[in-house]
Design a protein around this ligand. Structure first.
Ligand code: NAD
Ligand code: IPM
Ligand code: MN
Length: 342
Protein backbone atom coordinates (compact mmCIF):
# COMPACT_ATOMS: atom_id res chain seq x y z
CA UNK A 1 0.00 0.00 0.00
CA UNK A 2 1.21 3.50 -0.81
CA UNK A 3 2.70 5.50 2.07
CA UNK A 4 1.02 8.87 2.47
CA UNK A 5 3.14 12.02 2.56
CA UNK A 6 1.47 15.18 3.89
CA UNK A 7 2.83 18.13 1.97
CA UNK A 8 2.53 21.63 3.49
CA UNK A 9 4.05 24.19 1.08
CA UNK A 10 3.23 27.22 3.27
CA UNK A 11 4.24 30.77 2.38
CA UNK A 12 6.83 32.84 0.50
CA UNK A 13 9.45 30.59 -1.09
CA UNK A 14 7.88 27.56 0.63
CA UNK A 15 5.75 26.56 -2.40
CA UNK A 16 8.62 27.36 -4.80
CA UNK A 17 11.12 25.01 -3.14
CA UNK A 18 8.43 22.41 -2.38
CA UNK A 19 7.59 22.12 -6.11
CA UNK A 20 11.18 21.00 -6.79
CA UNK A 21 11.17 18.49 -3.94
CA UNK A 22 7.93 16.99 -5.26
CA UNK A 23 9.40 16.70 -8.78
CA UNK A 24 12.30 14.78 -7.26
CA UNK A 25 9.99 12.56 -5.21
CA UNK A 26 7.94 11.76 -8.31
CA UNK A 27 10.98 10.27 -10.09
CA UNK A 28 11.94 7.95 -7.24
CA UNK A 29 11.03 4.26 -7.12
CA UNK A 30 8.82 4.62 -4.01
CA UNK A 31 5.13 3.92 -3.63
CA UNK A 32 3.86 7.17 -2.11
CA UNK A 33 0.71 9.23 -2.26
CA UNK A 34 1.26 12.97 -1.78
CA UNK A 35 -1.54 14.97 -0.15
CA UNK A 36 -1.16 18.76 -0.30
CA UNK A 37 -2.69 20.76 2.57
CA UNK A 38 -3.17 24.42 3.54
CA UNK A 39 -0.86 25.64 6.29
CA UNK A 40 0.59 28.86 7.68
CA UNK A 41 -0.35 32.23 6.25
CA UNK A 42 -1.92 30.58 3.21
CA UNK A 43 -4.29 28.72 5.54
CA UNK A 44 -5.05 31.88 7.56
CA UNK A 45 -6.12 33.54 4.32
CA UNK A 46 -8.66 30.85 3.52
CA UNK A 47 -9.83 29.64 6.93
CA UNK A 48 -8.60 32.13 9.53
CA UNK A 49 -6.27 29.64 11.21
CA UNK A 50 -2.71 28.55 10.40
CA UNK A 51 -3.25 24.87 11.23
CA UNK A 52 -6.77 23.88 10.14
CA UNK A 53 -8.07 20.70 11.86
CA UNK A 54 -8.16 18.86 8.50
CA UNK A 55 -4.48 19.63 7.95
CA UNK A 56 -3.53 18.38 11.41
CA UNK A 57 -5.64 15.23 10.98
CA UNK A 58 -3.99 14.45 7.63
CA UNK A 59 -0.52 15.01 9.14
CA UNK A 60 -1.25 12.63 12.01
CA UNK A 61 -2.18 9.90 9.54
CA UNK A 62 0.77 10.43 7.22
CA UNK A 63 4.08 8.56 7.19
CA UNK A 64 5.87 11.91 7.00
CA UNK A 65 5.16 15.62 6.83
CA UNK A 66 7.08 17.64 4.24
CA UNK A 67 6.98 21.33 5.06
CA UNK A 68 8.14 24.39 3.10
CA UNK A 69 8.15 27.48 5.30
CA UNK A 70 5.64 29.83 6.86
CA UNK A 71 5.35 33.51 7.71
CA UNK A 72 5.82 36.85 6.05
CA UNK A 73 5.15 40.57 6.42
CA UNK A 74 1.56 40.11 5.28
CA UNK A 75 0.62 38.37 8.54
CA UNK A 76 2.85 40.30 10.94
CA UNK A 77 1.25 42.27 13.76
CA UNK A 78 -1.88 40.11 13.73
CA UNK A 79 -3.18 38.10 16.69
CA UNK A 80 -3.09 34.88 14.65
CA UNK A 81 0.34 34.20 13.15
CA UNK A 82 1.53 31.55 10.67
CA UNK A 83 4.40 30.63 13.02
CA UNK A 84 1.83 29.68 15.68
CA UNK A 85 0.61 26.90 13.39
CA UNK A 86 4.11 25.53 13.07
CA UNK A 87 4.60 25.42 16.84
CA UNK A 88 1.19 23.80 17.27
CA UNK A 89 2.01 21.14 14.68
CA UNK A 90 5.39 20.33 16.28
CA UNK A 91 3.72 20.03 19.67
CA UNK A 92 0.78 17.94 18.39
CA UNK A 93 3.14 15.44 16.74
CA UNK A 94 5.49 15.63 19.76
CA UNK A 95 8.53 15.82 17.49
CA UNK A 96 10.95 16.69 20.27
CA UNK A 97 14.23 15.92 18.50
CA UNK A 98 15.08 18.33 15.70
CA UNK A 99 18.11 17.11 13.75
CA UNK A 100 19.84 19.92 11.86
CA UNK A 101 22.91 18.71 9.97
CA UNK A 102 25.40 21.28 8.65
CA UNK A 103 27.71 19.60 6.17
CA UNK A 104 30.16 21.40 3.92
CA UNK A 105 33.82 20.67 3.11
CA UNK A 106 35.46 19.53 6.34
CA UNK A 107 32.48 20.73 8.43
CA UNK A 108 30.10 17.98 9.57
CA UNK A 109 28.07 19.19 12.54
CA UNK A 110 24.76 17.76 13.70
CA UNK A 111 22.74 20.12 15.89
CA UNK A 112 20.12 18.24 17.91
CA UNK A 113 17.66 20.90 19.01
CA UNK A 114 14.95 20.23 21.63
CA UNK A 115 11.84 21.32 19.77
CA UNK A 116 8.74 21.22 21.95
CA UNK A 117 9.79 22.79 25.24
CA UNK A 118 11.57 25.78 26.76
CA UNK A 119 10.86 29.40 26.08
CA UNK A 120 8.65 28.62 23.07
CA UNK A 121 6.09 26.73 25.13
CA UNK A 122 6.30 28.14 28.67
CA UNK A 123 3.78 30.37 30.35
CA UNK A 124 3.47 33.82 28.79
CA UNK A 125 1.38 36.88 29.30
CA UNK A 126 1.08 40.52 30.30
CA UNK A 127 1.01 41.76 33.90
CA UNK A 128 -1.21 44.60 35.12
CA UNK A 129 1.74 47.00 35.04
CA UNK A 130 2.32 46.30 31.34
CA UNK A 131 5.26 43.90 31.78
CA UNK A 132 5.26 41.19 29.10
CA UNK A 133 6.76 37.79 29.91
CA UNK A 134 7.72 34.48 28.30
CA UNK A 135 8.99 31.76 30.60
CA UNK A 136 11.51 29.01 29.98
CA UNK A 137 10.42 25.71 31.47
CA UNK A 138 11.81 22.19 31.21
CA UNK A 139 10.77 18.97 32.91
CA UNK A 140 13.66 16.51 33.47
CA UNK A 141 11.95 13.96 31.21
CA UNK A 142 11.95 16.45 28.32
CA UNK A 143 15.70 16.89 28.69
CA UNK A 144 16.34 13.18 29.11
CA UNK A 145 14.59 12.04 25.95
CA UNK A 146 16.33 14.49 23.64
CA UNK A 147 19.69 13.90 25.33
CA UNK A 148 19.32 10.14 24.84
CA UNK A 149 18.64 10.75 21.15
CA UNK A 150 21.80 12.87 20.94
CA UNK A 151 23.95 10.27 22.73
CA UNK A 152 22.65 7.58 20.34
CA UNK A 153 23.34 9.75 17.31
CA UNK A 154 26.85 10.46 18.62
CA UNK A 155 27.43 6.70 19.03
CA UNK A 156 26.68 6.25 15.34
CA UNK A 157 29.03 9.09 14.36
CA UNK A 158 32.40 10.08 15.83
CA UNK A 159 31.23 9.65 19.46
CA UNK A 160 31.75 13.24 20.56
CA UNK A 161 28.86 15.18 22.07
CA UNK A 162 28.73 18.80 23.22
CA UNK A 163 25.79 19.81 25.40
CA UNK A 164 25.18 23.55 25.19
CA UNK A 165 23.50 25.57 27.94
CA UNK A 166 23.72 28.71 30.05
CA UNK A 167 24.22 26.93 33.38
CA UNK A 168 26.09 29.89 34.86
CA UNK A 169 22.82 31.85 34.87
CA UNK A 170 19.67 29.80 34.21
CA UNK A 171 17.96 27.23 36.46
CA UNK A 172 16.65 25.36 33.40
CA UNK A 173 20.23 25.13 32.11
CA UNK A 174 21.44 23.75 35.45
CA UNK A 175 18.71 21.11 35.21
CA UNK A 176 19.75 20.45 31.59
CA UNK A 177 23.40 19.96 32.56
CA UNK A 178 22.52 17.68 35.50
CA UNK A 179 20.25 15.42 33.44
CA UNK A 180 22.73 15.16 30.56
CA UNK A 181 25.62 14.45 32.97
CA UNK A 182 23.63 11.74 34.75
CA UNK A 183 23.08 9.94 31.44
CA UNK A 184 26.73 9.96 30.47
CA UNK A 185 27.55 6.76 32.39
CA UNK A 186 25.07 4.88 30.19
CA UNK A 187 27.03 5.93 27.10
CA UNK A 188 30.67 5.37 28.18
CA UNK A 189 31.83 5.28 24.56
CA UNK A 190 30.67 8.88 24.01
CA UNK A 191 32.94 11.72 25.06
CA UNK A 192 30.66 14.36 26.61
CA UNK A 193 31.58 18.02 26.99
CA UNK A 194 29.46 20.87 28.35
CA UNK A 195 29.74 24.36 26.88
CA UNK A 196 28.18 27.72 27.63
CA UNK A 197 26.18 29.03 24.70
CA UNK A 198 27.88 32.40 24.34
CA UNK A 199 31.43 31.15 23.94
CA UNK A 200 30.19 28.07 22.07
CA UNK A 201 28.82 30.37 19.37
CA UNK A 202 32.43 31.40 18.67
CA UNK A 203 33.39 27.74 18.26
CA UNK A 204 30.62 27.27 15.70
CA UNK A 205 31.71 30.40 13.84
CA UNK A 206 35.48 29.87 13.92
CA UNK A 207 36.25 26.16 14.42
CA UNK A 208 33.19 24.24 13.20
CA UNK A 209 35.36 21.43 11.78
CA UNK A 210 36.22 20.37 15.37
CA UNK A 211 32.55 19.73 16.24
CA UNK A 212 30.40 16.64 15.82
CA UNK A 213 27.04 16.29 17.64
CA UNK A 214 25.65 19.26 19.57
CA UNK A 215 22.58 18.97 21.80
CA UNK A 216 20.80 21.98 23.16
CA UNK A 217 17.49 23.48 24.20
CA UNK A 218 14.93 24.98 21.85
CA UNK A 219 15.91 28.65 21.65
CA UNK A 220 19.70 28.14 21.67
CA UNK A 221 19.22 25.45 19.01
CA UNK A 222 17.24 27.81 16.80
CA UNK A 223 20.04 30.37 16.83
CA UNK A 224 23.00 27.97 16.71
CA UNK A 225 21.52 26.00 13.80
CA UNK A 226 21.20 29.14 11.64
CA UNK A 227 24.80 29.96 12.59
CA UNK A 228 25.95 26.43 11.75
CA UNK A 229 24.20 26.68 8.39
CA UNK A 230 26.07 29.93 7.80
CA UNK A 231 29.44 28.22 8.13
CA UNK A 232 28.24 25.33 5.97
CA UNK A 233 27.20 27.15 2.81
CA UNK A 234 24.19 29.14 3.99
CA UNK A 235 20.51 28.72 4.76
CA UNK A 236 19.74 27.65 1.20
CA UNK A 237 21.42 24.31 1.91
CA UNK A 238 20.30 23.51 5.48
CA UNK A 239 17.76 20.71 5.99
CA UNK A 240 16.12 19.33 9.10
CA UNK A 241 14.24 16.34 10.46
CA UNK A 242 11.98 16.64 13.51
CA UNK A 243 11.37 13.27 15.12
CA UNK A 244 9.33 11.91 17.99
CA UNK A 245 9.18 8.40 19.43
CA UNK A 246 6.41 7.26 17.11
CA UNK A 247 4.20 8.83 14.50
CA UNK A 248 5.21 10.99 11.57
CA UNK A 249 8.25 13.23 11.56
CA UNK A 250 8.34 16.71 10.07
CA UNK A 251 10.92 17.34 7.36
CA UNK A 252 11.58 21.00 6.60
CA UNK A 253 14.37 23.37 5.68
CA UNK A 254 16.00 25.39 8.48
CA UNK A 255 15.29 28.57 6.53
CA UNK A 256 12.09 30.61 6.53
CA UNK A 257 9.81 31.97 3.83
CA UNK A 258 12.46 34.48 2.62
CA UNK A 259 10.04 37.29 1.73
CA UNK A 260 12.91 39.28 0.21
CA UNK A 261 13.25 36.81 -2.69
CA UNK A 262 9.77 35.21 -2.77
CA UNK A 263 8.29 35.21 -6.26
CA UNK A 264 11.63 35.82 -7.97
CA UNK A 265 12.11 32.15 -8.84
CA UNK A 266 15.67 32.21 -7.51
CA UNK A 267 15.32 30.46 -4.14
CA UNK A 268 17.70 27.59 -3.58
CA UNK A 269 15.64 24.39 -3.27
CA UNK A 270 18.61 22.38 -1.94
CA UNK A 271 17.53 22.64 1.71
CA UNK A 272 14.04 21.42 0.83
CA UNK A 273 15.32 18.57 -1.36
CA UNK A 274 17.78 17.56 1.36
CA UNK A 275 14.84 17.57 3.80
CA UNK A 276 13.08 15.17 1.42
CA UNK A 277 16.21 13.00 1.60
CA UNK A 278 15.94 13.00 5.41
CA UNK A 279 12.30 11.87 5.05
CA UNK A 280 13.37 9.05 2.74
CA UNK A 281 15.90 7.92 5.33
CA UNK A 282 13.97 8.38 8.57
CA UNK A 283 10.33 7.89 7.54
CA UNK A 284 10.53 5.48 4.60
CA UNK A 285 13.67 3.56 5.60
CA UNK A 286 15.26 4.23 2.20
CA UNK A 287 18.77 5.33 3.08
CA UNK A 288 19.89 4.24 -0.38
CA UNK A 289 17.55 6.72 -2.05
CA UNK A 290 18.40 9.41 0.50
CA UNK A 291 22.07 9.03 -0.43
CA UNK A 292 21.29 9.16 -4.15
CA UNK A 293 19.24 12.35 -3.68
CA UNK A 294 21.98 13.86 -1.51
CA UNK A 295 24.61 13.12 -4.14
CA UNK A 296 22.37 14.59 -6.86
CA UNK A 297 22.00 17.80 -4.81
CA UNK A 298 25.79 18.00 -4.45
CA UNK A 299 26.08 17.62 -8.21
CA UNK A 300 23.49 20.35 -8.83
CA UNK A 301 25.31 22.72 -6.47
CA UNK A 302 28.25 22.60 -8.88
CA UNK A 303 26.29 22.37 -12.14
CA UNK A 304 23.54 24.95 -11.45
CA UNK A 305 24.33 27.17 -8.44
CA UNK A 306 21.57 29.58 -7.41
CA UNK A 307 22.33 33.26 -6.55
CA UNK A 308 22.81 32.57 -2.81
CA UNK A 309 25.70 30.30 -3.86
CA UNK A 310 27.18 32.88 -6.21
CA UNK A 311 25.54 31.48 -9.35
CA UNK A 312 22.66 32.52 -11.60
CA UNK A 313 20.53 29.38 -11.85
CA UNK A 314 16.82 29.58 -11.13
CA UNK A 315 15.00 27.37 -8.64
CA UNK A 316 13.70 25.23 -11.52
CA UNK A 317 17.11 24.97 -13.20
CA UNK A 318 18.58 23.71 -9.94
CA UNK A 319 15.75 21.16 -9.77
CA UNK A 320 16.45 20.15 -13.38
CA UNK A 321 20.11 19.54 -12.49
CA UNK A 322 19.11 17.38 -9.52
CA UNK A 323 16.73 15.37 -11.70
CA UNK A 324 19.32 14.89 -14.47
CA UNK A 325 21.92 13.66 -11.99
CA UNK A 326 19.42 11.46 -10.21
CA UNK A 327 18.23 9.86 -13.41
CA UNK A 328 21.80 8.92 -14.22
CA UNK A 329 22.41 7.62 -10.71
CA UNK A 330 19.24 5.53 -10.57
CA UNK A 331 19.94 4.08 -13.99
CA UNK A 332 23.50 3.26 -12.95
CA UNK A 333 22.18 1.65 -9.79
CA UNK A 334 19.69 -0.42 -11.75
CA UNK A 335 22.44 -1.46 -14.14
CA UNK A 336 24.65 -2.53 -11.23
CA UNK A 337 21.75 -4.38 -9.70
CA UNK A 338 20.89 -6.12 -13.00
CA UNK A 339 24.45 -7.38 -13.53
CA UNK A 340 25.05 -8.47 -9.95
CA UNK A 341 24.72 -12.27 -9.72
CA UNK A 342 22.10 -13.23 -7.16
P1 NAD B 1 14.67 33.45 6.26
O1 NAD B 1 15.35 32.17 6.54
O2 NAD B 1 13.36 33.38 5.60
O3 NAD B 1 15.65 34.37 5.36
C1 NAD B 1 16.92 34.82 5.81
C2 NAD B 1 17.80 35.19 4.59
O4 NAD B 1 18.20 33.98 3.93
C3 NAD B 1 17.04 36.01 3.54
O5 NAD B 1 17.92 36.94 2.97
C4 NAD B 1 16.63 34.97 2.51
O6 NAD B 1 16.48 35.48 1.20
C5 NAD B 1 17.76 33.96 2.59
N1 NAD B 1 17.30 32.60 2.25
C6 NAD B 1 16.56 31.79 3.06
N2 NAD B 1 16.28 30.65 2.43
C7 NAD B 1 16.82 30.75 1.20
C8 NAD B 1 16.85 29.87 0.07
N3 NAD B 1 16.26 28.67 0.09
N4 NAD B 1 17.50 30.29 -1.05
C9 NAD B 1 18.10 31.48 -1.07
N5 NAD B 1 18.12 32.35 -0.05
C10 NAD B 1 17.47 31.98 1.08
O7 NAD B 1 14.57 34.23 7.65
P2 NAD B 1 13.84 35.60 8.03
O8 NAD B 1 13.94 36.55 6.91
O9 NAD B 1 14.36 35.94 9.34
O10 NAD B 1 12.30 35.17 8.20
C11 NAD B 1 11.30 35.35 7.20
C12 NAD B 1 10.00 34.72 7.64
O11 NAD B 1 10.14 33.31 7.70
C13 NAD B 1 9.51 35.16 9.03
O12 NAD B 1 8.13 35.34 8.95
C14 NAD B 1 9.86 33.98 9.92
O13 NAD B 1 9.00 33.86 11.03
C15 NAD B 1 9.67 32.83 8.97
N6 NAD B 1 10.44 31.62 9.30
C16 NAD B 1 9.79 30.43 9.11
C17 NAD B 1 10.46 29.25 9.29
C18 NAD B 1 9.74 27.96 9.05
O14 NAD B 1 8.65 27.96 8.53
N7 NAD B 1 10.30 26.83 9.40
C19 NAD B 1 11.82 29.26 9.64
C20 NAD B 1 12.45 30.49 9.83
C21 NAD B 1 11.76 31.67 9.64
C1 IPM C 1 12.80 27.49 12.68
C2 IPM C 1 11.99 28.77 12.74
C3 IPM C 1 10.85 28.61 13.72
C4 IPM C 1 11.47 28.38 15.09
C5 IPM C 1 9.82 29.75 13.77
C6 IPM C 1 9.31 30.14 12.43
C7 IPM C 1 8.68 29.40 14.68
O1 IPM C 1 12.81 29.86 13.02
O2 IPM C 1 12.24 26.43 12.36
O3 IPM C 1 14.01 27.54 12.94
O4 IPM C 1 11.88 29.34 15.76
O5 IPM C 1 11.55 27.22 15.50
MN1 MN D 1 14.95 29.37 13.03
Amino acid sequence: MAERIACLPGDGIGPEVMAEALRVLATLPVDVEVVELPFGGAAIDVSGEPLPPETLAACREAAAVLLGAVGGPRWEGRAVRPEGGLLELRQALDVYANLRPAVHGDVDVLVVRELVGGLYFGERGVRDDGTVFDTCEYHPSQVERVARRAFELAQARSRRLVSVDKANVLETSRLWRRVVSDLASEYPDVELRHALVDSFAIEVALTPETLDVVVTENMFGDILSDLASGVAGGLGLAASASLGDSGPGIFEPVHGSAPDIAGAGTANPAAMIRSLALALEHALGRRDLAEAVGAAVDHARLAAPTPDQGGAATTTEFGDAVLASLEHRLTTEERTWATTPS
